[in-house]
Every structure is written in C-alpha cells, then in structure tokens.
Design a binder for this molecule. Sequence first.
Ligand SMILES: [Zn+2]
Length: 341
Amino acid sequence: MKALQIQEHGPPETLRVVDIPDPVPGAGEVLVRVKACALNHLDTWVRRGVPGHRFPLPLVPGSDVAGVIESGEAPGFRPGDEVVVAPFTTCGRCGPCLRGNEVACREYRILGESRDGGCAEFVAVPQVSLFRKPPSLSFPEAASVLLAPLTAYHMVVTRAAVRPGEHVLVTAAAGGVGTAAVQIARSLGARVVGIVGSESKREAVLALGASEVVVCPPGGDPVQAVQAALGKTAFEVVVDSVGGPFFEAGIRLLRPFGRLVTCGATASGTATLDLRRLFFRSLSVLGSTMGSRHEVFEVLRMVESGTFRPVVHAVLPLEDAAEAHRMLEDRRVVGKVVLVP
Ligand SMILES: [Zn+2]
C-alpha cells in the first residue's frame, strides 16, 4: 500500500510516501481503508523527534482516521461500514481501563505515535476502537472530530468541569483543540473568550460561539492583549494548549479559585509559576492529556446533536504532507488540516 512514513526525524521534507506491505490485523483487529486522516501538532512532534523520547521508526504517522471497514470481524460492524477510529489503544483489562479512565492505562498508545497510524491506504486497528461515522459528516470532517476534540472534551468537561455562566479563556482558539474547546465550553453555558494569533482568525472563532476574540500576535504579551481588548478582566477557567508565556498569562488572568487546564506546549514546555499567587489566590493547575473512549462517544454525540461541528481548514493529498506540516507549524490554519490517501 501507499503510506506516508517517517524513517528519520527532521524537517517536513523528510516525510516520504513509500510503498510498504499492507498491515496484517492481529487478534481482535480489523483492517480499515483510510478515506481521510486529520493531522495534529502531535504529528509534527513525531516528525521532528522529541529529546529523550524514542519513537518506533520507521513509523506511519496520523492519529485521526475516518474510513471504511475493509476486512475483519467486529461485533455490530460489517465490511463496508463507514467508521471513525478512536485515536488510541489500551490494554482493555486493567483497573483504569475497566473504570473507563483509559488515559491512565499503562498500555495507552496513540495511533501514529507509538504504533502505525492512518496516513496510509490502510490501517489495522482493534475492533473496540471502532465508532460509527456520523452520517452527516464527510470523511475529512469525520476525521476532524477525534484527537483534538477528545483532548478538548477531557480538558473542559472532565478536568476543569466548566459550569454554566463561568468565564472561560481559550488560548490558540483557532487551532484544533481551541476550536473544539470554544464550542464545548459554550455548549455548557460558559461565556468564552478566545485568543488568536492574527486578525484573520477572529471571525471564524466568533462564529464558533466565542463572545469575544482577542488578537495577540506572536511575541505579544497575552495579558496586555486581553486587558487592552476587554479591560481589567479575569476568568474562572483557562484552557491552554500553548504553554510558555500563555501558561504564565493564564495564571495571571485567573480569578481566585480559578483553574488552569493545560494539554500542550507548542510554544514552550517550561513556564515560571509564582507559588504565592497559586496559594494566596487558591488556584488550581490541572494537567490533561487525550481522553477515553467514552469521551470519544460523547464528542460524536455532540456532533450528531449539532452542538459541535468540525472545522476543516484544508484537505490535501498524502503527497502534500510536507506542506500540511508547514501549515500547522506556521500556525496558518483555522481548525484541521486533513490528508487523503
Ligand atoms: Zn488498561
């Protein structure tokens, strides 16, 4: 089959479309013909490499698969059925798995990060990873309601437990996690402010239900940007996927008893935290990563009820993967970039 493969870490040009044998499904797995695979910032980390972490190269990247069952048996599904695939696998037997808290499973593996993913014509996945594709969505749209919305759901609902009427600030609000976090917080009855990096992204984020959008260009001070736009303001919840200065700004913009939930560090993995602010103001800092299958189910339910809609920025052929990665890295996108084999 035709597949994108990371053979060595490096710049986008190192991504190659190669011919490799079709994957052979293991016990309890099915073969899915990939119709669309959405990209995440994770894909760019896997491509670049992360100091101190070993990826199993060569590796087919891509976590977010929408496609059609090609072969194999799964209860409730038949070959030809249109499906989306949970972007991770777990052992299915341990305490956390049985409690539905799969993110704590020791064998939690992300597709396209620690096992071959979906940037290929076929991918083999466990039958328990299959969900029906929402019929109202195209394949690129369906691939866009997986890893990032799952991450956002886990942050907003499970970790921060956003309540109606709360003021929520979302950083990188035009990104994959951001566009989902804005919609999910909004659906809970929160009042949402989004931060974006350029004026061109403002309208798109307002259209998702944000009540205000603050533009903070790269290198700008997010606190100043927020206060210049909204006056002296503070939030019950900050949803941050950027890290570095945005994490620090988020802490400064919290009300007493506020919570900051973090899932990413696309700007920087280090930040300074003033402990006096943390304890005097009774703040909470919550880590969050990915989510569990019941949360994939909840996101798909929100799609079907119309409270959540995917935002697709571009659909490109597999051969244009390098350009797709550059679009993500240059933060030129609103929503998801999707590859089709
Ligand atoms: Zn487990």
